[in-house]
Ligand binder design. Structure first.
Ligand code: AGV
Ligand code: CA
Length: 309
């Protein structure tokens, strides 16, 4: 039986690419998608999420709308990207998507999906974790339905990627957006696997990768994803703007876990300046698994293969 996957993402380009990637996996069944209004504005991001489901013939997968806004907002230039995605030629003429305010709220959809699943569910998160924490606070008994939480988040033995006022640069954005929920998630000590910057730093979006993807442009998914990735190459110097395959790497962990090196650690999250959102190793902290390395060649090849269908 395929793994049942519940995904929460935050509408950035690599989140949308990750949603597509899950839909290409033959041994994964996507049972719901919730969107967090973090690295996106919620309405266009829900439209993108719906269009990608339609494109793959999966529009029956339910969507949930994140209504909770975190503590530290993402830069608005980043959040507007789904508007461009929705206007790409392969997406613009798809049938209109539903009213975003007609969807269940994200925590309610998470509760609905977990409680109606026949077995345990793997939760994939490629944005902040607030929706999952809200759901677990409302329905604590449902934590028993979670097989594993795989989360693109954190930076342990490397610098963070938050460059802003009142901050020392040690945090990764998904944790920084809502450090309090991040701290709460760790406290649950669920089977939690983090894919932090320590490992995503190994997989930048490179021109040779985009070139290889373009060489298989006759496959519609390679054509479309090549356009998505091309949109990530501009630079806003103030934000150290190198685009990595952050969320794509976390998503690939579902399919090729053997290609990752992982470590069981104890860790905590800081909830205050100057390092709010920093994840750090601490012997008195909470148990979690973190990925530290990946077979980079196998990973890039896996992505090229999946988008060749
Ligand atoms: O910190 C990485 C997370 C990932 O979930 N996001 C982007 C990915 O979706 C935030 C982020 C960090 N740097 C960024 C980000 C950038 N330069 N542009 C957009 N988002
Ligand atoms: Ca993301």
């Amino acid at each position: 039986m395929p793994k049942q996957i519940l995904m929460d993402h935050d509408g950035a380009i690599d989140d949308l690419l990750s949603q597509l990637l899950v839909l290409t996996m033959s041994d994964a069944e996507l049972i719901g998608v919730t969107v967090t209004p973090a690295d996106c504005y919620i309405e266009p991001a829900l439209e993108s999420a719906y269009k990608l489901l339609q494109l793959m013939g999966n529009e029956s997968v339910p969507l949930g709308r994140g209504d909770y806004y975190g503590i530290n907002a993402f830069p608005s230039e980043w959040r507007a990207r789904p508007e461009i995605i929705n206007a790409l030629p392969m997406l613009i003429n798809l049938p209109k998507s539903p009213d975003p305010y007609g969807y269940l709220s994200a925590p309610d959809l998470i509760i609905d999906r977990l409680s109606s699943a026949p077995g345990k569910v793997t939760v994939l998160m490629t944005g902040p974790c607030s929706n999952l924490v809200l759901a677990m606070e409302k329905a604590p008994e449902l934590t028993a339905k979670i097989e594993e939480v795989v989360w693109m988040a954190g930076a342990f033995r490397v610098s963070g990627n938050v460059q802003t006022f009142q901050h020392d640069g040690s945090a990764e954005w998904n944790v920084f957006w809502d450090p309090i929920s991040s701290q709460k998630l760790m406290e649950y000590e669920l089977p939690l696997t983090l894919i932090p910057l320590d490992v995503t730093n190994h997989v930048p979006v490179t021109k040779p990768f985009l070139s290889a993807l373009a060489s298989q442009i006759d496959y519609p998914l390679s054509n479309l994803t090549g356009q998505f990735w091309a949109l990530t190459l501009d630079t806003i110097p103030g934000y150290y703007y190198t685009y990595f395959m952050w969320d794509i790497l976390a998503t690939s962990y579902l399919a090729i876990p053997d290609q990752f090196k992982t470590e069981m650690v104890k860790a905590r999250v800081s909830t205050r300046p100057p390092n709010a959102g920093q994840t750090y190793l601490d012997d008195t902290g909470y148990t979690l698994k973190m990925a530290t390395d990946v077979n980079v060649a196998v990973f890039y090849d896996y992505i090229l293969t999946q988008f060749r269908q």
